[in-house]
Design a protein around this ligand. Structure first.
Ligand code: G3P
Ligand code: MG
Length: 373
C-alpha cells in the first residue's frame, strides 16, 4: 500500500503569523529598489558596466535597496564579502542580501537530518549549518561511505578526506534541499532519485511501491531554466536540474509526476520575505527596530514605507513575473537572459511595468524619473 508521505507545500513551510495591523511610524519615501544579481550587476565574477556606479549613486543619495538573487551556495556573510569585493566595496550590508535559500532557514523547525545539494564544499554545508539544521549531509559524505553509490564519482581522495563527514547510515534523511546548481550532476541525480524512491529516507533502500509522493520531500531553491553567466548565451540553471530529476522520477514511478516544492523567484514566498528584509533595512537606517515576525508572510507591506518598490531584473520568468505578481514595479535590463525579440517569440513572457532598459544604470535613473512624475 502507498503510505501517505509528508510532502511540503509552498505555503505551510514558512511562518504565517497572525496579521497585526501594521502602520509605518515614518513618512513614506518615494522609491526603493530590489536588484537581481546575475545578469544585472554581475556576469559570474565580472561587474557589469555601470553597476558599481549605480549602487554608489543609491548609497550616496540614501535610496534604499536590497539584492534578491536566485544565486546561493554560500552563507550570506561569505556571499556578501564576495559581492563587496567584486563590486568595489559598495558596502552592501548583510541585511540587504536575500539569496535563493535564505527563506529556507525557517525549515529548521521541520527537518533535522537534511541532505543539501549543489554549490561547493564546504560552503553549502556551512550555509545550512548556519541556518540551524542539526545534521547536514552532502553527496560527498555518501560517496565516502560507499564510493559505488555512483560508479563514476568525480571527487578526488583529497576532497573526500578534507570535506566529507561520517554519519549513521541507519538514520533516515528527513528532506533534500537544493541550495545551488550541482557540480557533479551524475552523483547528485543518482543519490537524489535513490532517496526520493527509498524506504522513508534510508540510504541504500528502495520502496516497494510507486507514487507521485516522494518518500521524503525535495525543496528546490529556484527554478531558473537559464541564467546569465560569463558565456555569450545563457547557461542552464537549477530549473534544468529540476527537469532532469522530475523526468527520472516519472520514469521510475510509472509516469507519476513528482510532488516537489520550489522557492526562489518568481515564488511569492521569496518576494514576501524580501519585502520584509527591505522594510527592516529601511527601518534600521531610520533607527527603528526590526518589524519582527509580526507580519503575515505572504503579503506586501512595503507600500507602508515606499511609494514605489522597483524590481530590476534580467529574467522575465523570474524577476519580472515575480515582481509583477507581488505588486512591485518592475524594470527589465538587456544585460542578461532577456534579449530584444523575446516578447515576440513568447507572447506570454511577463512584461516589466516600467519598461526595458539597456542596463541597471538606465533602469534606476529612468525609474526614479518615472515615479517622480
Ligand atoms: O544560480 C544563479 C542563477 O540561477 C540566477 O541568479 O541573481 O540572476 O537571480 P540571479
Ligand atoms: Mg539574473
Amino acid at each position: 500500500a502507498t503510505t501517505e508521505i509528508y510532502t511540503l507545500s509552498l505555503h505551510d513551510a514558512l511562518p504565517i503569523c497572525n496579521f497585526i495591523n501594521h502602520k509605518s511610524p515614518i513618512p513614506k519615501t518615494p522609491i526603493a529598489f530590489a536588484f537581481d544579481i546575475d545578469g544585472v550587476l554581475l556576469h559570474s565574477k565580472n561587474p557589469i558596466p555601470k553597476a558599481i556606479e549605480t549602487l554608489k549613486y543609491l548609497k550616496t543619495n540614501k535610496i534604499p535597496f536590497i539584492l534578491l538573487t536566485n544565486g546561493g551556495g554560500y552563507t550570506e556573510k561569505i556571499r556578501l564579502d564576495l559581492l563587496n569585493s567584486l563590486l568595489s566595496n559598495t558596502n552592501i550590508e548583510i541585511d540587504q542580501l536575500v539569496q535563493s535559500h535564505t527563506p529556507m532557514k525557517y525549515l529548521t523547525n521541520k527537518f533535522n537530518n537534511v541532505l543539501v545539494i549543489g554549490g561547493i564544499d564546504p560552503f553549502t554545508r556551512d550555509a545550512a549549518i548556519n541556518y540551524g539544521f542539526k545534521k547536514v549531509l552532502r553527496p560527498i559524505d555518501l560517496v565516502k561511505e560507499n564510493p559505488n553509490i555512483w560508479p563514476f564519482v568525480k571527487y578526488s581522495k583529497e576532497e573526500i578526506d578534507k570535506y566529507s563527514i561520517s554519519f549513521n547510515i541507519n538514520e533516515p534523511i528527513d528532506a533534500i534541499m537544493v541550495f545551488n546548481d550541482p557540480r557533479d550532476m551524475g552523483t547528485d541525480l543518482q543519490i537524489i532519485l535513490d532517496l526520493l524512491c527509498s524506504k522513508n529516507g534510508l540510504i541504500g533502500t528502495k520502496r516497494d511501491y510507486i507514487s507521485n509522493k516522494p518518500s521524503i520531500p525535495i525543496i528546490f531553491s529556484n527554478n531558473d531554466l537559464l541564467w546569465s553567466a560569463n558565456y555569450k548565451i545563457p547557461r542552464f540553471g537549477q530549473g534544468a536540474f529540476r527537469i532532469a530529476i522530475r523526468e527520472l522520477y516519472k520514469e521510475l514511478n510509472n509516469g507519476n509526476e513528482l510532488n516537489d516544492t520550489v522557492y526562489g523567484k518568481p515564488q511569492i514566498e521569496s518576494y514576501a520575505f524580501a519585502d520584509k528584509v527591505l522594510i527592516d533595512y529601511w527601518r534600521k537606517l531610520n533607527n527603528l527596530k526590526s518589524i519582527g515576525s509580526e507580519l503575515t508572510f505572504l503579503q506586501s507591506y512595503s507600500n507602508e514605507y515606499f511609494d514605489n518598490v522597483v524590481m530590476v531584473g534580467d529574467n522575465p520568468k523570474s524577476d519580472i513575473a515575480g515582481g509583477n505578481n507581488f505588486g512591485w514595479e518592475t524594470a527589465l535590463v538587456k544585460t542578461g537572459v532577456y534579449k530584444d525579440g523575446d516578447f515576440e517569440i513568447d507572447r506570454n513572457l511577463a512584461k516589466p511595468t516600467l519598461g526595458v532598459f539597456n542596463d541597471v544604470y538606465d533602469a534606476v535613473m529612468q525609474s526614479i524619473e518615472k515615479v517622480r512624475k
